[in-house]
Design a protein. Structure first.
Length: 351
């Protein structure tokens, strides 16, 4: 069956008739990984972060799917539910550099990217900002001004920073975990659609259930669990897992399903802004990482459906009359999904 590659690979379609097992063996030899090993290492990070973030394994898994598909995550929820703690826990679970910025109205773009300073020898030297890290926590990003928010655009989309005409490469892996509160909106600057589109997922933590909150209270009575958290993998292993996920097979039938879903959002009258090509590419990358996290080398239609809301909800804009009717993006998206017939499971598997 024909497979595809992401734009980060050669872009050529595989036409080999070799078996899936043979292809998987070759990839395992090249990367030192297998589908089972990927699943086990992925679960190790989930369990480690779960020592701090109780009862939210589903959100943890989505955040890690973003990491292994080289996307970025916007956590949007009320204060005190663990958004920033989640970002810190992921950073501590990986032996990698972590940067942090706190959104404020007086923050400047150079507070994120860095700037050139005059040294004692009379020449200018570039001093990197906090964005030069493997994992960047951008806390309360909507409290920064639009000019400062835009400083993240190039970094998130291109993985580069340009200062004084010179372009600097950001390290790999590079993951932005941004947070914003949907309440206390005085003095905030809503993120424009162009910047929201740079985030792979927009996730909500939600309140913990009773048992999970009791676990939080027990842990809080002792030393903070975040302070005892250690890494379970290093950045080199993360890169190997990113490359492995990029090689997960996607059948033509599943590609057609992704395109049909995105096209349906553009034709939906309740949306004035449908999903663009970046949304469909993001959905493709995310489904590959999700399949790999479950120990599979094929993307299933259920992977597409399960990630659709997280990938699309912040990229779609309701029409005014739909808002007046009390519609929501999620409700309209569910109707759209119901009208698009998914491919059969057999057509999504490799031969």
């Amino acid at each position: 069956m024909t497979t595809t590659r992401t734009p980060r690979s050669s872009g050529r379609r595989a036409t080999s008739t070799r078996s899936a097992a043979a292809e998987g063996t070759d990839r395992a030899r090249a990367s030192g990984l297998s589908s089972r090993a990927f699943n086990e290492r992925f679960q190790a990070v989930v369990d480690n972060v779960g020592r701090v973030i109780r009862g939210k394994d589903d959100v943890i898994r989505l955040a890690l799917v973003a990491l292994f598909s080289e996307g970025h995550v916007l956590f949007e929820d009320v204060p005190g539910v663990g958004k920033s703690m989640m970002a810190r826990a992921i950073g501590k679970s990986i032996k990698a550099s972590v940067g942090r910025i706190q959104g404020t109205a007086d923050m400047l773009p150079t507070d994120i990217t860095g700037t050139s300073v005059l040294d004692q020898g009379g020449s200018f030297t570039f001093r990197p900002g906090p964005v030069f890290a493997n994992i960047l926590l951008a806390d309360e990003i909507n409290r920064a001004t639009p000019k400062t928010q835009s400083a993240l655009l190039e970094a998130m989309a291109e993985r580069t920073v340009t200062v004084d005409g010179e372009t600097h490469l950001l390290p790999r892996p590079f993951l932005v975990l941004a947070t914003q509160n949907p309440v206390e909106l005085a003095g905030t600057f809503p993120l424009p659609e162009a910047q929201l589109d740079r985030f792979l997922f927009r996730l909500a933590m939600g309140y913990p259930n009773k048992e999970a909150e009791k676990e939080v209270l027990r842990a809080a009575a002792r030393i903070g669990p975040i302070d005892t958290l250690g890494p379970v993998m290093d950045s080199e292993e993360v890169l190997r897992m990113i490359d492995w996920a990029a090689g997960v097979s996607v059948a033509e039938a599943v590609l057609d399903y992704i395109v049909e879903l995105c096209t349906a959002t553009r034709d939906e009258p309740s949306f004035v802004l449908g999903a663009g090509p970046r949304a469909s590419i993001s959905l493709l990358w995310a489904t590959r990482a999700l399949a790999a996290s479950e120990g599979r080398e094929d993307v299933y239609p259920d992977d597409v459906r399960s990630l659709l809301s997280a990938v699309m909800s912040h990229r779609l804009l309701l029409a005014p009359d739909a808002s007046l009717r009390g519609d929501t993006v999620t409700a309209v998206l569910e109707r759209v999904v119901g009208r698009v017939k998914p491919p059969s499971l057999s057509s999504a598997r490799r031969g």
